[in-house]
Structure formats: C-alpha cells, structure tokens
Design a protein around this ligand. Structure first.
Ligand code: ADP
Ligand code: MG
Length: 251
C-alpha cells in the first residue's frame, strides 16, 4: 500500500482536483482510497456525494468514534472515499490536547487494505496536514505556475523536515506537479524552468494544463473522465497517473 498525501499550504492550487482525478485513473487497475481531510469537503462534493449519503466523516474516524470501514463510501468497485464534513473545521482545536494527536490518521488507517491511498489536505500546515504527512509514504505537491510557487515550496519542505525528524522518518517528496499550466505565458514557462532547475526530476514531466473542464466538472459531482473524457484535463491526469505509478514502482 502506498499512501500519498497531496499537500500545499496554499489554497486553490489543484490539490482536490488532483486527488480526485488521479485517484480515478489509478482505480482503473488498482484498489484506491481517497481521503477528504478538508473541512470544506470539496473532494466529497466533487465525487458527487451529498451529506445525506454519509454514515460519518473523517472527523469521527480521526476522533476514534467510528472506524474507517464504517464510514467509507464506494465510488465504484475499485475506489472508496472517506468523506469530510464541516465538523472537521474544529479538529485542530478539538484534538489539540489529545495524546498522539499527530498520528490520529495513521492509527485510523491501521488494517486498511488498498494499493493506493490519496489524501486531500486542507490549505495550511496545521494539525490535519501534519496527520497526513505523518501517515504518508510520499507527498505530491501541486504548484500553480506563478511567481510565488518556489518560495511556497520552502515552507512545506520545512514542515516535512520536522515531520521526518519527529514522526515519520520515511517520508519523501514523490513529486512536484505543475498545475494551471499555460505554455503560452512566459511567466508559466519561467516558473516551470525555475522549478526544474531547483528540483530536477522531482518535477513531474506531466504538467496539468489550465483547462476549463477541470473547473466545471466538480459542480456536476463528476470526475473529468465522466464530465469530458476527451479534454486536456482528462489527458493530463491520465498521463500523470502513468508517471505516478511508475515512480511508486521504482521506490
Ligand atoms: P485546492 O484543493 O488546492 O484548493 P482545487 O483543486 O480545488 O484546489 O482547485 C481550485 C479551483 O480551480 C477549483 O475550482 C478547480 O475546479 C479549479 N481547477 C483545478 N485545476 C484546474 C486546472 N488545471 N485548470 C482550470 N481549473 C482548475
Ligand atoms: Mg481543496
């Protein structure tokens, strides 16, 4: 089982979109679990799950009130979702004085049996993100091809360093993913070159192009493959999944 957390302290960089669509491609061949760790529940919504479908949420699973098995919902025969509700917004406070608070997710996932687990993190580097980093094997960092992207990476790297020292020595960066990419914009090309200079092969060859279908699909509760299977978005996430699976295999 390879657990990958999709993290970046910035919001709106494509974490949720990546978790959802990468997961859907991987699930064509493998068993996948998606975890919504964001109180906004964007991933849960994007998967077409409504609040009335739920028998619990990530919050209860982290708190120990319910088991993972009780709460997960199948999206199809190969892929399950651990859904989030607004409750999760109080998690940082509610769990702040709990013993083992950084390892709640890891503990909740004991016994889970999947080929891939993808964790959709909230923006920020608080307790929930630390739980995701602590439970994961690797981190996929989506970055929007813009001026501040490089500086932003230092921040998450610092948090990762602390997690490696204190909680999860095996944690590594699986890859950095350019999102909202528009090769016609010189700023986008410059940022891509800057990232590749600094991070080399860790930057995925696949960049996710700026594609309006990717922005439209979630409001229909659909992945890009159900919404527009021929779109750039569908092509790019298919290419990413190939690269992702190869990278994990080589570890
Ligand atoms: P995050 O989870 O990091 O906050 P999201 O995945 O929710 O980011 O993406 C932010 C918004 O941008 C969403 O409305 C999403 O549908 C849209 N979006 C994501 N990726 C793309 C893309 N490559 N091109 C166009 N729109 C995108
Ligand atoms: Mg999100």
């Amino acid at each position: 089982m390879y657990i990958c957390t999709v993290s970046n302290q910035k919001g709106g960089v494509g974490k949720t979109t990546t978790t959802h669509n990468l997961g859907m491609v991987l699930a064509r061949k493998k068993r996948v679990l998606l975890i919504d760790l964001d109180a906004q529940g964007n991933l849960t919504d994007a998967c077409g799950i409504s609040q009335s479908d739920l028998h619990g949420s990530t919050y209860e699973v982290l708190g120990g009130g319910k088991s993972l098995a009780e709460v997960i919902l199948p999206l199809n025969s190969q892929i399950d979702l651990l859904p989030a509700t607004r409750d999760l917004a109080v998690a940082e406070l509610a769990f702040a004085s709990k013993l083992g608070r950084e390892n709640l997710l890891k503990k909740a996932m004991r016994g889970a049996d999947y080929d891939f687990v993808l964790i959709d993190c909230p923006p920020g580097l608080g307790l929930l993100t630390v739980n995701a980093l602590s439970a994961a094997n690797g981190v996929l960092i989506p970055v929007q091809a813009e001026y501040y992207a490089l500086a932003g990476l230092d921040l998450i790297q610092e948090t990762m360093r602390e997690v490696v020292e204190n909680l999860n020595p095996g944690l590594h960066v699986l890859g950095i993913l350019l999102t909202f990419f528009d090769g016609r914009k010189s700023l986008n090309r410059d940022v891509a070159n800057g990232l590749r200079e600094r991070w080399g092969n860790l930057v995925f060859k696949t960049a996710i192009r700026d594609n309006v279908a990717l922005a439209e699909a979630p409001s229909n509760g659909q992945s890009i493959f159900d919404y527009r299977s021929q779109s750039y978005g569908a092509q790019d996430y298919t290419a990413l999944a190939k690269e992702f699976a190869l990278r994990v295999k080589k570890l």
